[in-house]
Write a protein that binds this ligand. Structure first.
Ligand code: 1QQ
Length: 385
């Protein structure tokens, strides 16, 4: 029995190490294509696909094309784990761009980390994501550096703001992390946090929370949630009579929220880790070609997912120049790719980026936008100065 087992183990090991890198080179994308989280994930699918198209049109990895393999994570942890397992063991990808939510990343990233498969988080902004493991990095700047910009901008628009209400989804890791930053920033800027209200990302009725906010007579409301709950909360705040400024966090950062809050989305302020106006040549080419195809400027989540794919490809090009990708076995290439990702400098739509030792993104430019609704359906994010 012992002998049979060890032979079996040997056979499995041999199989794994003999596993060659196939062409086109497969890169995994595990984001939310279904559930309410798809309001955020859809833009990531578009951004990643656009990267695949542009990269292959320019010769892929030194002449070798790439192929993105998509696995839908849905909106929860189980879906993300399942998508990651499929990409790692069935689809034999070199690396994974995903998942959509930090809540999913804390569950699924450890699986990739143990399998030694590099992960680039395209939109995971909670504190602690790169620290999940050596194989985990992100192109999405953390709440700690992005979110404070929204409050500073709100004070620019209305210097008289004194009293603030803060609301957050307590069942979502990103929302919990972001509200921590918002609450600390508000205090640091001398604001009075009059009330902190909790909700769930699955909630639809916010009467209790809105009633508390109205009772406190605040001049600013700050929301950390996701697109459907966040959109409904904005709508109900306005319907019940709240007139002051509203800051939405990164979970509300999509035009896909417009069908939820409709005309009531108007005026919501949201900090941005991307702007179509970012001056780098890489971004200007990206914006020109994206706009030509989609007839609108790229949103943040599309730009970040594009960047995730680009970083893997740029790193693979460097590796391929030293030793052809076809000569690697897959487990070794995954380890090498992880190393190279962390070593490189990248000219991306987000500007020039690199990573620190832990996989945290180094990025320079951040922005704030305000939603302007033309009518109940159509609106845009207007970047503020
Ligand atoms: C996170 C996020 C999401 C709201 C982006 C889609 O920032 O979960 O970390």
């Amino acid at each position: 029995m012992k002998r049979t087992l060890s032979l079996l183990t040997l056979a499995t090991l041999t199989l794994a190490s003999a596993q060659k890198v196939v062409t086109p080179v497969q890169i995994g994308v595990a984001v939310a294509q279904t559930s309410n989280t798809a309001l955020l994930g859809q833009e990531e699918v578009i951004g990643a696909k656009f990267a695949e198209k542009l990269i292959n049109a320019r010769g892929g990895i030194n002449g070798t094309p790439i192929k993105l393999v998509f696995q839908d994570t849905g909106g929860d942890e189980a879906g993300a784990i399942n998508a990651f397992q499929n990409l790692i063991s069935k689809d034999n990808v070199v690396g994974i761009v995903g998942p959509t939510l930090s809540q999913q990343a804390f569950a699924a990233d450890p699986i990739a980390d143990r399998a030694k498969v590099p992960v680039l988080g395209p939109s995971n902004t909670a504190k602690g994501i790169p620290q999940i493991g050596d194989f985990i990095a992100r192109v999405s700047a953390p709440v700690a550096v992005v979110a404070p910009n929204a409050i500073k901008q709100a004070l620019k628009l209305d210097p008289k703001i004194k009293k603030v209400a803060v609301l957050y989804a307590q069942n979502d890791a990103f929302s919990v992390s972001e509200t921590g930053t918002f609450q600390q920033t508000a205090k640091d800027l001398g604001l009075n946090v009059a009330t902190v209200q909790k909700f769930q990302t699955t909630d639809n009725d916010f009467t209790t929370q809105v009633t508390a906010v109205l009772g406190d007579n605040v001049d600013l409301v700050i929301i950390s949630g996701l697109a459907n709950d966040g959109g409904n909360l904005v709508k109900q705040l306005r319907q019940l009579g709240y007139k002051g400024l509203i800051i939405g966090g990164n979970g509300l950062n999509t035009t896909n929220m417009f069908p939820v809050c409709q005309k009531y989305c108007d005026g919501v302020i949201i900090a941005q880790a991307y702007s179509p106006a970012q001056a780098s040549a890489a971004n200007q080419v990206f914006v020109r070609e994206y706009t030509a195809q989609y007839k609108k400027a790229p949103p943040q989540f599309a730009a970040q997912a594009y960047t995730g794919v680009q970083v893997f490809v740029d790193a693979l090009r460097v590796i391929d120049r030293k030793k052809k990708l076809s000569e690697w076995n897959l487990p070794d290439l995954r380890v090498e790719l992880n190393k190279q990702v962390l070593l490189g400098k990248y000219n991306t739509p987000l500007g020039a980026i690199s990573f620190d030792k832990e996989g945290e993104v180094n990025q320079k430019d951040f922005y704030v936008a305000q939603i302007k609704m033309q009518d109940a359906k159509n609106g845009t994010f207007v970047y503020l100065k």
